[in-house]
Unconditional design. Sequence first.
Length: 163
Amino acid sequence: MTTTDHVRTTASALKRWAIGQIQDSLAVGFLWLIGLWIIRVPWAPLWALLAAVLQIIPHFGPILGLLGPVLAAVLRWHDWQHPLCVVILYAVIVVLDGLLLQPYIMRRATRVPMWASIFFPLVLGFVIPFWGFLLAPPLLAVVYAFKARRVQNRDLRGPSVGI
């Protein structure tokens, strides 16, 4: 493989990863919209859009997306039950996204197995404490793109004949 092939493979993998991230963000925004409408939080479409945009920021974005709906619920009802419902909605969305949506979308977009998209960020986050969580998903997409390319090149050469 030439340097140009390496750059193309890496760029293609990162592009597919970015598309998967956008799809995941839209799915999370839709879940927020439905949940906030059910709870009847004021300005639900705004909070859902903000949560979708912030979803792109790993680990901190979803927490920042929670602040607006909680404050809106506090200011609207002046009780603790409605903000608690928003926090429960957040927990449900985080679990659904982390264990189902994101691994499924990333598997479809980047061809990374679901087990790897769950396990690898945990391992890399332990090895490189802060940066491991941030770097793991795009790095994993690039690794699997090169793995698929190697398998494809091996298949194109045909079976090797040993003498």
